[in-house]
Design a protein. Structure first.
Lengths: 485, 221
């Protein structure tokens, strides 16, 4: 059996959905985009003063047309990320401003080169099924910050990408970039990227966010709703109350999205969190935050929707015991809850700071969590007696053929980041070992040689030129050399 | 043909395939490969590969056990031939191994023995639950260069100290190195009881034994 974590019984899930549907009618949902409002009104919602009251049948129809599963593809067209069912996958957290400097162990502004370093390391770690546009590069003008992150990830990676736009004009440029990446036109049948779209709590779709849903649906680019109820501040203080709000935000988002293009891929996702009553923080590492993510997922799953959550992060400013404890606890919980995509690995300081070293440590927690999900299974007709039949009471299990054929599937082997009583014990810290591992992975990394690089660079140069940037920060020598070939 | 067979011998150790290792040993002899060449240019290369892979966590204990079994299967074919031809494989040194008094765990010690044998040492395994007196007797009669005492339990670790004390009492200690190992054993413990060395695992035991025997001053026995 596969071990599972379920926090809500079916009766409570029904009540959550009942109240969420009720909220969609009273008080309704703020929708700022005129296009989205028109779509809703034409389909039977009552729209007044920027508030849409969405009747249940409209939402039910949207749920029926939304795909229950879909894939993201690698650059070379392999299916790498599966949204749907109980598939569990992880990607690094997104969009922070700072990076923990590996030498000083203090945060500083993230630069394009830092994002590239993280992309290279994430590319080498199988625990991350997808890349994320993980940092805002402070050496790139803000107007194209979202666009430029995606450019660097596409240039340095083959994996699918989880990204998002900060404004309408850059969304267009980002879609152009993806079109260039897939050889000229967006490939509806084999998308490589998914865009996070964030409603503002409570129950408010800003003009950009609602517009974004419509554009993505029409472009055939998958969208991931990132609903962020802050229990106690921008959402009900009870965990279950926040789960209701999360459900209502997702349902309204799915309605807008499916009205724009029925059948377009969309994910029931979010970054719900409790609100820290001691100092206005959003504790991403709190157990209740992890519980919210698991419960929200359960509601989405009950509707058959693909799911997403935000976990494996911490409030700690350093890669320390708290960071390890909080990140690994939520990695285990998210995996057991069967969340399709869990974002957040590598992140410190309530999502304000990234650390490449933490990313490799989190990969170890993720690998252990995935081992847990595989559970305990019989591997042969008899469980143990056949082994005793072979060796009696000699205790020589190490010599058994079964041992040799089965130990790799029974045991997970961590990397050198994890201390396992090695002969060469140097009393190093986890952070120090992670730093070595990062260097090791960077040395093993082979830059992809996308045939589309020239086209990508052309789009990037055009955007850079628009904001007065004359170089492309973060593009390393190896890419230049590929370019010149 | 010769290279093909030697490569196969190396590979049979990496694959941990005893029957292939034995068959290739016979094939090698039939094709004029001397037993010494088969060992040094064939099987030992495989064992060295396994050791390197083990050190970088690409192969694991069960793989190494299987490789050791394959090595043993090859040696079972080659050793009678060596004896028959009167040629002896030059020994890197004579080692006496055993598990401390009161301790019956032998996997670690056996693995060390197999690896030492594969690396050219002459190994006499005294088995488990071995008293200091039996170690001393073996050192005397075999003119051993080194004694290895294993212990898995904290309660039997003191047996390692007893071996060193008996060797000293019988005047054998100056002529023989003593190394200790086993899960609870630490470098500090080795120093405390006056052992010459400590190894955490079988691979580092080989390195340790080699360095101790190479640097041993010649002492009249």
């Amino acid at each position: 059996m596969r071990p599972r974590l379920e926090l809500l019984d079916s009766n409570l899930i029904s009540r959550v959905l009942e109240e969420a549907f009720e909220l969609l009618e009273t008080p309704g949902v703020k929708v700022a985009s005129p296009v989205a409002r028109t779509l809703l009104a034409d389909a039977g919602a009552r729209v007044e003063d920027g508030i849409a009251r969405i009747p249940a049948p409209l939402v039910e129809q949207a749920l029926a047309s939304a795909p229950k599963e879909f894939w993201l593809y690698s650059r070379t067209g392999e299916r790498l990320v599966h949204y749907g069912g109980d598939t569990v996958q992880f990607d690094p957290g997104s969009s922070c401003l700072n990076i923990l400097d590996p030498e000083t162990e203090r945060p500083r502004s993230a630069l394009a080169a830092d994002l590239v370093r993280m992309v290279r390391v994430a590319e080498m770690l199988p625990e991350y099924s997808a890349q994320a546009t993980a940092m805002v590069c402070n050496d790139v003008p803000q107007e194209i910050g979202d666009f430029y992150r995606l450019f660097l990830v596409l240039a340095y990676s083959n994996k699918p990408v989880i990204t998002g736009a900060f404004s309408a004009p850059t969304l267009n440029a980002m879609l152009k970039l993806l079109a260039a990446d897939s050889g000229g036109a967006l490939n509806r049948d084999a998308p490589r990227a998914i865009f996070d779209v964030c409603p503002s709590p409570p129950l408010n779709w800003s003009e950009f966010a609602s517009e974004n849903l419509v554009q993505l649906a029409r472009a055939g680019v998958p969208a991931e709703i990132v609903s962020m109820p802050l229990a106690g501040a921008t959402a009900p203080v009870t965990l279950i109350g926040s789960v209701v709000q999360h459900a209502a935000e997702c349902l309204s988002g799915i309605a807008i999205h499916q009205l724009a293009h029925p059948g377009a891929p969309i994910v029931w996702g979010g970054a719900p969190s409790i609100f820290d009553m001691t100092g206005a923080g959003t504790p991403m590492g709190a157990i209740e935050t992890a519980m919210l993510n698991c419960a929200c997922t359960q509601v989405g799953k009950s509707l058959g929707m693909p799911t997403h959550g935000y976990m494996v992060a911490t409030e700690s400013h350093l890669v320390d015991a708290q960071a390890g404890m909080e990140s690994s606890m939520s990695a285990v919980m998210g995996a057991l809850a069967g969340i399709n995509m869990i974002s957040g690995a590598g992140m410190l300081d309530s999502l304000a700071c990234h650390s490449v070293e933490k990313l490799v440590i989190d990969a170890e927690a993720i690998a252990s969590a995935m081992r847990l999900v595989r559970g305990i299974e019989p591997r042969s007709e008899h469980l143990a007696t056949h082994m005793f039949a072979e060796i009696g009471l000699s205790g020589e299990f190490l010599k058994l053929k079964d041992t040799r054929t089965l130990f790799r599937s029974e045991q997970h082997f961590p990397s050198s980041v994890i201390e396992r009583g090695d002969a060469s014990a140097t009393f190093s810290t986890t952070f120090e070992r992670a730093r070595d591992r990062v260097e090791e992975l960077l040395n093993l990394y082979i830059p992809p040689s996308p045939p589309q690089l020239e086209a990508l660079q052309e789009v990037a140069l055009h955007e850079a030129d628009r904001v007065g940037l004359c170089t492309l920060p973060g593009l390393g020598s190896e890419l230049d050399s590929i370019h010149s070939v | 043909m010769r290279d093909h067979i030697l490569n196969g011998m190396r590979q049979s150790i990496i694959d941990g395939a005893p029957s292939a290792a034995a068959t290739l040993a016979q094939e090698g002899l039939a094709n004029g490969i001397s037993p010494l060449d088969a060992i040094d240019a064939g099987y030992v290369l495989g064992m060295e590969h396994v050791g390197r892979e083990f050190a970088r966590r690409a192969m694991f204990l069960p793989d190494m056990m299987a490789s050791a079994e394959a090595m043993k299967a090859a040696m079972d074919v080659l050793e009678p031939q060596l004896k028959k031809t009167g040629i002896e494989r030059p020994s890197a040194g004579t080692v006496v191994l055993g598990t401390a008094k009161g301790d019956i765990h032998e996997i670690g010690k056996t693995l060390v023995g197999t690896l030492l044998t594969a690396n050219g040492f002459t190994v006499h395994d005294l088995g488990v639950d071995v008293s200091g007196e039996r170690f001393a007797e073996a050192v005397r009669t075999l003119k051993a260069d080194l004694v290895g005492v294993s212990a898995l339990l904290t309660t039997t670790m003191k047996g390692q100290r007893a071996v060193i004390e008996v060797l000293a009492k019988e005047g054998l200690r100056p002529g023989v190195k003593v190394v200790v190992g086993g899960a609870p054993v630490t470098r500090q413990w080795a120093e405390e009881i006056g052992a010459d060395g400590y190894a955490k695992d079988a691979m580092s035991a080989v390195t340790l034994v080699r360095s101790l025997i190479e640097h041993q001053p010649v002492v009249a026995q």
